[in-house]
Write a protein that binds this ligand. Structure first.
Ligand code: AGP
Length: 605
């Protein structure tokens, strides 16, 4: 998943391209590049590493030009180095690309047989040389159109042309692409977030569409090259407020925003006057839903797993969950009484978007739970339930996970109430309890200093385990994922009851084991599993919301979380695990907001 920007203007563009690339770095940050058109030449500059390295190059050797493209890369084909960085240029064409060209080897052979020579190891360069070849006979739009017909796989493209120095061509198949509008200046970008510092007027290309933009005009074309009109959205300014403020990094800010995030999300969905949940014009009759299938990736999948326990507990609806990259290749049995719910912070995750597309093609009811309401997944769903978490910049998801859990819980409560699966008094009580969540989150965050001490214990360990039962099991998975992706340490989330079926062999003297043990029906069982680990030398970090003292003196570390409600324990118990991963990563001097090898939005499969 990479970030693309293009600007056609009446004034030099390189500074705005660089500034936009900085906002796009959350999509990929192993190399960067820019190409502008000036003096009838393509001026290409690129580097491995962050955008600030590219900025240094431009400072020494500025790039003129009022039309240009830029790119930040998350490597798929070819190691992250300067040669493989985008743009990829010939004398006549320069291309930036987000996606994967699956038949690039075959196309490369064909082009080499015609005498073309490749400079990079990337799949993208085949696009550059194909367009270059077609340009000998056709205008730019036709040349690009003919090129796209040869490509298999996914792409979002920005292309500039030496001999057509006032235009940029964009094209989209499977990877997001947006157009922004301003006075004497128009933009192409991977998402609205990259464009928002320059405009709030934005259109979104759909799969198969192309656009030609110049400083004064934008034209759109469908997959048959027929001119089409695209809606111009005015995107909310709220997103523009995403900056670190006094925080040292975005992730720390986003962890500590969770109390206000919860409050905002609850206020969006709970009518405090009527003391009722409002899911607005939800288009499906809850009484005609027999099964709900929840689908996501990574942390979003973990929120699906938690929601499974809620739907089982609070409704009579059958519920399944699936990892999107698995779901999309299954032999699926569809039923018109199914409701498919897609959970995605970015709304651009390729596997989740593909899973949604399969359900749409089979005329299934679809709903998405997203943070970016202008995203592909949101726009392609029958119904959208926004999580209202505001921009989440840290690659490791924190406040968005909270928002996903909240919206899924609220939806579950509402459907249960409409179906009369839950008594009115319990429904009302759950709503009242939910309103106490923001305050409980604030209290939980106060345990940070204890967690900083805990973090020290993980530095020298060969790995760690996170254990939980029932609704705490997905939180064990999420806690392990946070530690892995932020500190690069091995960590495993496991159902506590499963340890004796093999993983207990991993337990050795001093191995840190986090036990998630809320005061629920599993508590005693979880305590027994804890003893099994202690007996084999494991170092227990016991997170619980019970008040009574634990009999065992072997539990080295106990962290108390405020008790609110068994159903809401997953939300509160996640917070110490986010802080633990954060502080271990800090002690290891890892890059908190941009962990190695990762990107915020995985728009390739
Ligand atoms: C979360 O910490 C991870 N960065 C990752 O697992 C993420 O949740 C996953 O890629 C799904 O992203 P999405 O929510 O934008 O679809």
């Amino acid at each position: 998943m990479c970030g693309i920007i293009g600007i056609a203007s009446n004034k030099p563009v390189s500074i705005n391209i660089i500034n936009s690339l900085k906002k796009l770095e959350y999509r990929g940050y192993d190399s960067a590049g820019i190409a502008t058109l000036a003096n009838n030449l393509i001026n290409e500059k690129k580097c491995s590493g962050r955008v600030k390295e590219l900025e240094k190059i431009l400072f020494k050797t500025p790039s003129d030009g009022i039309v240009g493209i830029g790119h930040v890369r998350w490597a798929t084909h070819g190691i992250p180095n300067t040669i493989n960085a985008h743009p990829h240029s010939s004398d006549d064409v320069s291309v930036v690309h987000n996606g994967i060209i699956e038949n690039s080897d075959e196309l490369k052979e064909q082009l080499e047989s015609k005498g073309f020579r490749f400079k990079s190891e990337t799949d993208t360069e085949v696009i550059t040389l194909l367009v270059t070849e077609y340009l000998k006979q056709f205008e730019p739009l036709e040349s690009v159109f003919k090129t796209l017909k040869k490509l298999k796989g996914s792409f979002a493209l920005g292309i500039i042309f030496k001999n057509y120095s006032d235009i940029i061509i964009g094209a989209r198949r499977g990877s997001p692409l947006a157009v922004g509008y301003s006075n004497q200046e128009n933009y192409l970008g991977s998402d609205s977030y990259a464009l928002k510092s320059m405009t709030n007027k934005i259109s979104y290309l759909d799969d198969g569409e192309l656009c030609i933009l110049s400083k004064n005009n934008v034209d759109f074309f469908d997959l048959n090259l027929k001119k089409i009109n695209k809606k111009i959205h005015t995107v909310s300014d709220e997103e523009n407020t995403s900056n670190k403020g006094d925080y040292k990094n975005f992730m720390y800010k986003e962890i500590f925003e969770q109390s206000s995030t919860a409050k905002k999300c609850i206020n969006e969905y709970i009518d405090s006057l009527k003391k009722d949940i409002n899911i607005y014009n939800f288009p499906f009759d809850p009484n005609k839903i027999n099964k709900i299938i929840l689908i996501g990736c990574g942390t979003a999948f973990h929120s699906c797993l938690v929601a499974k326990y809620w739907f089982e507990e609070l409704t009579s609806i059958d519920v399944e969950i699936d990892i999107a990259s698995e779901f999309r290749y299954r032999t699926l049995k569809f039923n018109s009484k199914n409701l498919y719910i897609f959970v995605s912070q970015s709304g651009e995750t390729a596997d989740t978007a593909a899973a949604l597309e399969i359900c749409r093609e089979n005329k299934m009811k679809t709903c998405s739970v997203v943070n970016v309401v202008e995203s592909t997944i949101a726009r392609n769903s029958d119904w959208v339930l926004p999580i209202h978490a505001g921009p989440e910049i840290g690659v490791a998801s924190t406040k968005a996970f909270l928002g996903q859990l909240l919206v899924l819980y609220i939806l579950c409560l509402k459907l249960s109430s409409i179906r009369k699966d839950i008594l009115k008094k319990d429904y009302d009580k759950n709503i009242e309890t939910l309103k106490k969540l923001p305050e409980a989150i604030k209290k939980t965050l106060k345990s940070e200093s204890d967690i900083q001490l805990m973090a020290q214990e993980f530095l020298k360990a060969r790995g760690s385990m996170f254990l939980g039962r029932g609704i705490s099991f997905p939180i064990a998975l999420e806690g392990a994922l946070k530690l892995k992706e932020l500190s690069y340490l091995h960590a495993e989330g496991y159902p506590a009851g499963e340890m004796k079926h093999g993983p207990l062999a991993l337990i050795e003297e001093g191995l840190p084991v986090i036990v998630i043990a809320p005061k629920d029906k599993y508590f005693e069982k979880t305590l027994s599993n804890t003893q099994e680990v202690i007996a084999r030398g494991g170092k227990i970090f016991f997170i619980t919301d019970i008040k009574k003292r634990l009999m065992s003196t072997n539990i080295r570390f106990r962290l108390r979380v405020p008790f609110l409600d068994n159903l809401l324990s997953p939300i509160l118990f996640t917070i110490p695990l986010q802080l633990l991963a954060y502080h271990v990563a800090l002690l290891k001097n890892c890059d908190i907001d941009k962990p190695r090898n990762l990107a915020k939005s995985v728009t390739v499969e």
